[in-house]
Design a protein around this ligand. Structure first.
Ligand code: ADP
Ligand code: MG
Length: 401
């Protein structure tokens, strides 16, 4: 474990103690436990998950802590669910969203509470599963809407907590599929399986290679510290939303391309030449998916060979593909990548769903202070909001805190 991991553990412990206090203030009694679910960055493989292709994310040392207490049969409302979050400040009483377990229906829980409610809903529908009401409080330091998957950290924190408390014995793959069902069917965001898998299955100091068709996965060591290299996140502060049209439109284009090519998913296509018969826009969309899948496989090989130069080249190629073929970048993300490279990063790309959020840069540790300053300067000169810039370490997946 390096020093940053230790710092993270310390801050997670301190946040856990504060969360317990906040829980007692909010609900009047102590939680039964606290669970931790990390956000993630995706090193390679963007929009490939719903095309049943390959991804290579890692969980980061920023996480959601989720405290839960089950209601007992002799309480006044044994089947009431209550949700609160410290997001937006901890002074004064936290607003609580309440709904009866049996009243849960897609679309009927407003705001952020839809995420934990969605998890309760899908679990409640499993044959043989009997939930009771519960109280839940979240405290997350995953930046919201930055493409680091703050939403999945909440869903995953909720599912690992309920899995433990209600003795459901679901494995990580089952929990990944269930949170995807929760998000698609209850929250109404047509997202893939990568983010929750990364939060559930990652290992410290490793990336997670995931085949999104079989859900077979294996960890890949990240030889960063050994080469005095780090992953820098540049959060552009341009908020993206998966519930918006752009993500769904890309997804629809991929489905259309697969139908035109007579395959179940674009995963089946490995030759770019096979895309020639698509009309130009669909061809570009599909070309991103086909080349990005190959870049994931190539990145795994490069990491196994400790060849970070090659990883850097692949990161740069991936950004160009997202900018020009998939068209999910934005001027702020392009500038973050360009300024990082100009400041000596080995490679950089936007990460996450796109249309805003964060970029990542692979960079020598000694260059980080100067690079951060020059990225900030470039943003100021372009008249953009000041980005938030920080390094992330590859952290352990979700579990009891
Ligand atoms: P991302 O997952 O990339 O951060 P999303 O738009 O998918 O962005 O998810 C952000 C949403 O997740 C927020 O609008 C909010 O509903 C919910 N969310 C994230 N973190 C918290 C939190 N700490 N408390 C309450 N809701 C949160
Ligand atoms: Mg999200």
């Amino acid at each position: 474990m390096n020093t940053t991991d230790t710092t993270d553990t310390t801050s997670t412990t301190a946040r856990g103690a504060a969360l317990r206090e906040g829980f007692i203030r909010t609900y009047g009694s102590a939680p039964e436990g606290i669970w931790r679910a990390p956000g993630r960055v995706n090193l390679m493989g963007e929009h490939t998950d719903y095309n049943l292709g390959f991804v290579l994310p890692f969980a980061i040392d920023k996480n959601a802590l989720v405290a839960v207490r089950r209601r007992t049969a002799n309480e006044a409302s044994p089947r009431l669910l209550e949700f609160a979050s410290t997001y937006g400040g901890t002074t004064g009483p936290l607003p609580v969203t309440g709904i009866e377990l049996d009243a849960l229906a897609p679309g009927n829980v407003p705001g952020w509470a839809a995420y934990p409610a969605a998890v309760a809903y899908v679990l409640g529908q499993l044959p043989g599963v009997q939930l009771s009401g519960f109280e839940l409080l979240v405290d997350s330091d995953v930046p919201v809407g930055s493409g680091l998957s703050s939403s999945h950290a909440i869903e995953v924190g909720t599912i690992v907590a309920l899995n433990d408390l209600f003795g459901l014995e679901l494995d990580a793959t089952a929990m990944a599929r269930l949170t995807q069902r929760a998000e698609n069917g209850f929250v109404g965001a047509p997202t893939g399986i990568m983010d929750q898998s990364a939060s559930l299955m990652s290992r410290a100091e490793h990336a997670l290679f995931l085949d999104c068709r079989s859900l077979a996965s294996h960890t890949v060591p990240l030889p960063l510290a050994a080469q005095d290299t780090a992953v820098l996140v540049i959060d552009t502060r341009v908020e993206h939303s998966h519930v918006d049209g752009g993500y769904a439109a890309r997804r629809a284009s991929c489905e259309q391309a697969a139908v035109a090519l007579g395959v179940e998913s674009l995963r089946e296509i490995t030759e770019v030449a096979l895309l020639d018969r698509l009309e130009p826009e669909l061809r570009r969309r599909a070309r991103h998916i086909v080349t990005e899948n190959q870049r994931v496989l190539d990145t795994v090989k490069a990491l196994e060979a400790s060849d970070l130069r090659e990883v850097g080249r692949l990161l740069r190629a991936s950004h160009v593909s997202m900018r020009d073929d998939y068209e999910i970048s934005c001027p702020e993300l392009d500038l973050a990548v360009q300024a990082s490279l100009a400041a000596g990063a080995i490679g950089a790309r936007m990460t996450g769903g796109g249309f805003g959020g964060s970029a990542i840069a692979l960079i020598a540790v000694e260059r980080i202070p100067a690079a951060s300053a020059s990225i900030r300067r470039a943003f100021a000169q372009a008249g953009y909001a000041e980005p938030s810039i920080f390094t992330v370490n590859a952290a352990e997946g979700a579990g009891r805190a």
